[in-house]
Write a protein that binds this ligand. Sequence first.
Ligand SMILES: [Zn+2]
Length: 217
Amino acid sequence: MIDKVIKLLVGLFSNKVAEQAKEKVEEQPSLNKPKIRTTDRKISIVIDPGHGGSDPGAISGDLKEAQLVLEISACLVKMLDQAGHNVHITRADNHNPLSRNERIKRIKAAKANILVSIHANSYHKPAYGIETLYNSTKRGSKGLASYIQKSMMGSFSSHKDRGIKERNRLYVLKTMSPAVLVEVEFINTAGDFIKDNTEKIAEAVFHGIQNYIEKKK
Ligand SMILES: [Zn+2]
């Protein structure tokens, strides 16, 4: 009888150990399996404010591209987060320079489903309008660019629609799929517009991303 009880206890104990071990194994992220299961799939988005740190981007008067796109990106991150997505940002402040390699590393480390880089355009002559750049070799990028451009033009219909443009050589657009880069306006002609509408611009980009996600379902 004692033997039987001991056997049973040993049996229970080893089952427990086996179960705990199994749980441990299952807790480890598998290298082969995708991290997100299709049943509870959450969209993960990486927002990349251009430039930063010692690289101010384009400058017009006292306006700096790096600062303006950071403000737009911060609003955008908040909106995407509130919509229930996993959101990453390549830089959250303007203090530290972000090297090309570090930016690529951060984008890839996010293992996101969507990349949206935010920039302001500039030209040595007066130029106007909104455009969205994409890499035609990266799947889904053209579609995402179209949705964002359409949403931007819906919100800012008095602005020139420069359309979506293929820019396969931009390094940031080579990092993942889909990836797009939004040029929100020209800082040299519409700097004040950008400065005064950071939230509205973020909202337009947000709706473009949302429409893309909805249509993809
Ligand atoms: Zn830029």
